[in-house]
Design a protein around this ligand. Structure first.
Ligand SMILES: *Cc1c(COP(=O)(O)O)cnc(C)c1O
Length: 430
């Protein structure tokens, strides 16, 4: 299958080429040209997440250079099945996407993207993946490429502006991974990455790749875990599952919507935003008005201009169609704190600040009499955010084994000025 740019001014390319490129040359985002359509019965015999993902993703890759590798890529990227667990009240569930190597849902997309890039032809020189991160993305990308021959990862993060645990995670990989703590903001880090990616001369010397969240190679695999979770629920109950998704750049929620459009038994979808209200304002009938981001307790969702909104508008050119398809609610920091305490008391679950946004919205929906089976999506393990969560729940939140192992590794990051030449120099003499 081919992919097209949302801006319509770039030639169609294969899905594999779209994954290798990241952004389309006209500045748009790649979208598959057509959407396969499934019935639940077409997944009979596919029980594991990897099996469901292979069948679900096959039409996108059919006839292309990655078609033969797809089952292996899926087997490697989807080892960890996200459990759909009871969430303390009848008909409420929690989809735990945080059991991967860095304890956040981004592990799935990063691992799939890494598998695709590793299976594509490359030159002799190693490919250096540049990634700017405000916390979770960098670690997920590093874990996905760690130890892969032919790849190196340079992580750029704003010095002093990620949590202590996140900083430790980013600096603990070693080997083919280097972490640079940049004297600047997350936006500065992103600018450095963009500057180098746009520097064709430099890229001849040091081949560069990107792994940011707008890559189709991260979006498509995320739809696969929604396909799997909804099938698990469908097989057990015969009912569709509705989702509340904590949302920042809209990658995770868009993936859920894609699985629904492709015929999986998914009911309604509600976005849970933090105090960055650009999406709730739009869905309440306002214009789409990107804002500078506001810092909140759910920091991985601190996005004032969600990049995947462009894909959403491409799918639904009519704003009113879009507004009947999705709902969005905003959750303040005070409501996040209250939801963490209430979720522990009323549902016997300790949740991270991002997941707390979904829990809060689910509570609101039920209070308004919303029927049906609903899953709140848990995007990160609460132990990644001990400074926020532990004082509220008044006990330690032990890290899961993979996170603990990382925290016990030595960790170091290299200081770097907010300067593209400084970054070029580091990469040239790597
Ligand atoms: C990235 C992230 C989000 C937001 O996901 P998007 O795909 O950007 O909407 C939510 N929670 C956690 C823990 C994250 O790391």
């Amino acid at each position: 299958m081919n992919a097209r740019s949302t801006r319509g001014r770039a030639p169609a390319v294969s899905i594999a080429d779209a994954i290798a490129a990241g952004l389309a040359p006209d500045g748009g985002l790649y979208m598959p040209e057509t959407w396969p359509s499934f019935t639940p019965a077409q997944f009979d015999g596919a029980d594991t997440l990897a099996d469901v993902a292979t069948r679900f993703l096959a039409p996108f890759f059919a006839g292309g250079v990655l078609a033969d590798a797809l089952p292996t890529i899926c087997r490697d990227a989807f080892v960890v099945e996200p459990p759909l667990v009871g969430f303390g009240k009848p008909s409420d569930f929690l989809l735990e996407l945080f059991h991967g190597p860095t304890a956040a849902f981004k592990d799935y997309g990063a691992a799939f993207l890494a598998g695709c890039l590793a299976a594509l032809p490359r030159g002799d020189k190693p490919l250096t993946i540049l990634v700017a991160t405000s916390g979770d993305t960098g670690a997920a990308v590093a874990a996905a490429f760690h130890g892969r021959p032919g790849f190196r990862v340079a992580i750029l993060y704003p010095d002093g502006r990620v949590s202590k645990r996140q900083a430790h995670q980013l600096g603990c990989f070693g080997d083919n991974i280097r972490a640079f703590r940049v004297d600047g903001s997350f936006d500065d880090c992103q600018r450095l990455v963009k500057t180098l990616l746009a520097d064709a001369d430099f890229r001849r010397d040091v081949p560069l790749g990107s792994a940011n969240s707008i890559s189709l190679g991260r979006l498509l695999p995320q739809a696969a875990y929604y396909a799997h979770a909804s099938l698990v629920h469908w097989r057990a109950t015969g009912r569709a599952l509705n989702f509340v998704v904590p949302t920042g750049n809209l990658g995770n929620a868009l993936a859920c919507l894609l699985a629904k459009r492709m015929g999986l038994p998914i009911g309604e979808l509600v976005l849970a935003s933090n105090a960055n209200t650009v999406l709730p304002d739009f869905f309440a009938g306002g214009d789409y008005a990107p804002q500078p981001s506001i810092a909140t307790l759910a920091n991985a969702m601190d996005v004032g201009a969600p990049s995947n909104f462009e894909r959403l508008r491409f799918l639904y050119p009519d704003a009113d169609d879009l507004r009947v398809t999705l709902r969005a609610e905003t959750v303040s920091d005070d409501q996040i704190r209250a939801a963490i305490v209430r979720t522990r008391d009323a549902r016997a679950h300790v949740v991270c600040p991002h997941t707390a946004c979904a829990a809060e919205v689910l509570d609101r929906l039920r209070a308004r009499g919303e029927q049906g089976d609903w899953a709140a999506v848990a995007t990160a393990h609460p132990a990644k955010f001990p400074d926020v969560v532990e004082p509220l729940v008044e006990h330690d939140v032990p890290p899961p084994p993979c996170l603990l192992a990382m925290l016990q590794q030595p960790s170091s990051a290299e200081p770097m000025g907010n300067d593209a030449d400084a970054l070029r120099a580091r990469l040239l003499d790597w």
